[in-house]
Design a protein around this ligand. Sequence first.
Ligand code: MRU
Length: 370
Amino acid sequence: MNVTLHDRTRHFRTVTFDPRHNAVLLIEQRLLPHEFKIVPANDFRQTARAIKDMVVRGAGAIGATAAYGLAQGARAFRGRNLGTFGRHVETVYQTLQAARPTAVDPVNAMNQVRQAMQAGETVEEQQALAMAAAEEFANEDVRHCRDIGKHGAGLIRSGMNVLTHCNAGWLAFVDVGSATAPMYAAQEQGRKFHVFCDETRPRSQGATLTAWELAQQRISHQVIADNAAGHLMQRGKVDLVIVGSDRTLGRTGEVANKIGTYTKAVLAARHKIPFYVAIPLSTIDWNLKAGFDIPIEERCESEVLGAWGVAAGAKSAGRVYVRVANPASGALNPGFDVTPAELITGIITPAGIFKPRELWARRRELGYAD
Ligand code: MRU
């Protein structure tokens, strides 16, 4: 996506790889929108830590980071013994997988890389195949997001108000984004519309990241408090909801997404507002049979008890944490929730828009492999 900084516009991907230094390069998302910085993760453990600490976040972006991280770990291996190499790769895989448990993209991405590696007969060949497969996962993520845009653009008409939750924009992927892809495509087609970004407490990805992206893209938008959506819906001020997903069950059409998504889906159903979920194919979990089985990440209570930001009037962009809640109170912080299929109007995929319960019947088109 294009980023304009100090009057200079350049294209960036959220995640790239520097083969010379065997480093994964990431936009440091915790600093946005106050500072734009690219940071290296110099080995697979640093890459896993960057995912865990949310230097990089969002389903597709952590998928691509895990794919590159696996290749990075594989390339760091010295030796020729395939058995030892296989055990090393397994450690790399497990370390990266453990970093964020709810999103399925990292698992799907690393499985794709491991599958490709099998064609290699030596450690060296497998290392090269891992690198190529990680690059292909990242490129595929971009193609999928563009195709989501093509299929979803028609949902957005001029004059509409669109609500989105969290950040399923290009920062959450390698480029383009999932929920934002139809917005960017509709804008390219000349439509004018307005976006409400839920602030998305506790980490405020809507207020910081989605709002920054939309501002960069010159799309009309406002940040709203998470609790404002019901009121706006009741007053006829929301025409359409588009969100992303961290894991969508191919067998049931249930969608795990950032905490608060379920609440918005219930409200949208109450007000008969279409509620769409945009996903690349790497977000589909074809194995799990029930939404209750999706592991829901519980994050640190400090995220709920306070907030990060830049002090008003501060000379440098340095972020500060301020405690908001009562000092003697603790917090519970589930990161995601699961929206049942009946609350979802349609799933926007790279292969078209489907009813959530249609996914299983359309599984061959959607990349399911026996
Ligand atoms: O915790 P995060 O920021 O990694 O959460 C993921 C998300 O950004 C959202 O849940 C998003 O809507 C789906 S990811 C494309």
